[in-house]
Write a protein of this length. Structure first.
Length: 219
């Protein structure tokens, strides 16, 4: 019984510490699990070899290790954004939304239609994907050069298991129609606030984990 309890608790800890990894466009650096709760996964300098990225009809591909999660995208037009304050938190490039499904997920991003100033053909920009599987916000960044002539490579979306269709002002998902109408703001100390998260999603997950952990320890 003790072995079962320990195994159950280990599984809960693993679930609570799950992460995500950007596949396309390429992130600033190699994924570092311990740094993902910090700005740009710990990478504070823009890369020189930026990804040439479609200004319209773009796609973000990422691997989710959580069964249910919230995600959104903010953007910076600074040449070398080094902090959350360098990003436009009042107008996300992709509105934050909640969906479900583990594995490779893809959702569209149209920077031209976002209405954010400075997103023009040839501009150097940085996007930051903000992800929350219920145990806190995680961040990865990609440095881009926007192009009106390039398209998304076919191999960037070929392995998608969960396709999410995002639109201006709202997002719908093939696996979940629940959308979080919210924004991310910069809090004191330079960290992004959790205002966009669904008010019932995170407390429910945490409560469930605590109940299961308590039951496992009592066995």
């Amino acid at each position: 019984m003790r072995f079962t309890s320990a195994a159950t608790l280990a599984g809960l800890v693993s679930l609570a510490s799950a992460h995500f990894q950007m596949q396309y466009p390429a992130p600033r650096g190699v994924f570092v699990e311990d740094d993902e709760p910090t700005f740009c996964d710990g990478y504070t300098q823009a890369v020189s070899n930026r990804t040439v990225f479609p200004i319209s009809n773009g796609v973000i591909s990422m691997n989710s290790e959580h069964p249910s999660w919230t995600v959104g995208v903010i953007v910076s037009t600074a040449q070398n954004p080094t902090a959350f304050s360098d990003f436009n938190n009042s107008a996300p490039a992709v509105q934050f939304f909640q969906t479900s499904g583990e594995g490779i997920a893809c959702f569209n991003i149209d920077l031209l239609k976002s209405g954010i100033s400075g997103l023009v053909d040839g501009a150097n920009v940085t996007i930051e994907v903000v992800y929350d599987g219920g145990d806190g916000e995680l961040y990865q960044c990609a440095d881009l050069t926007l192009s009106s002539t390039i398209t998304v490579p076919a191999n960037a979306t070929s392995s998608c298991k969960n396709n999410v269709t995002s639109q201006e002002g709202n997002v719908t998902s093939t696996s979940s129609s629940a959308a979080a109408a919210a924004t991310s703001t910069t809090a004191a100390g330079g960290k992004s606030s959790a205002a966009f998260r669904d008010a019932t999603f995170v407390p429910g997950v945490l409560a469930g984990l605590l109940l299961l952990a308590g039951a496992a320890l009592s066995l």
